[in-house]
Design a binder for this molecule. Sequence first.
Ligand code: C5J
Length: 221
Amino acid sequence: MAVIKARPFDITITPEKIALVVIDMQRDFIEPGGFGATLGNDVTLLQAIIPATARLIDGFRRAGLPVIHTRECHAPDLLDCPPAKRARGKPSLRIGDPGPMGRILIAGEDGADIVAALAPLPGETVIDKPGKGAFYATPLGDILQEKGISQLVFAGVTTEVCVQTTMREANDRGYECLLATDATESYFPEFKKAAIDMMTAQGAIVGWAATVDQIVEALDA
Ligand code: C5J
């Protein structure tokens, strides 16, 4: 057992029961020409968290603890993409359209890949998800149950969309959730702050928040 200094209060972790979930650190959200950029967002904001996310992943790997990666993407025939999702917003390219990194948010295309600096190692779980939450229409819940996991550390993008949705799904399923504050980012810094404040309020109503240093320090101890 180890204690992580966290908001709104310290959290005790049990190494055999904890896993890291890195949400959607994909080229389509982080590099120019992808889904995030087609929606008019400044993707450089998200690029800035790559080094801290890499340190967090390294900390879990060093401790021999599970690292799970997710990718938001759809089947090439788009049968798992609700028309309402595809029609949303005013992107210059819609989901499934051909872009500079292949078809936007389609499994197997270059844009759906995780950025090279955070590439999964052989043997690490990679979950492809059609929704914002990583539990919806995926085997994530079964995989965590098989591994005996009850505590989850979250990183990735974007804080108030896929990260927050997944933390809320996990919290409702009984997992203790901790967000790594400098390994998550939003295209809207004020939304990141609001999401963290919301989730940690009321005595960690959705979960806890701590920095990568605070988490890795506890894992190394
Ligand atoms: C979004 C995500 N923002 N991974 N996806 O559409 O947060």
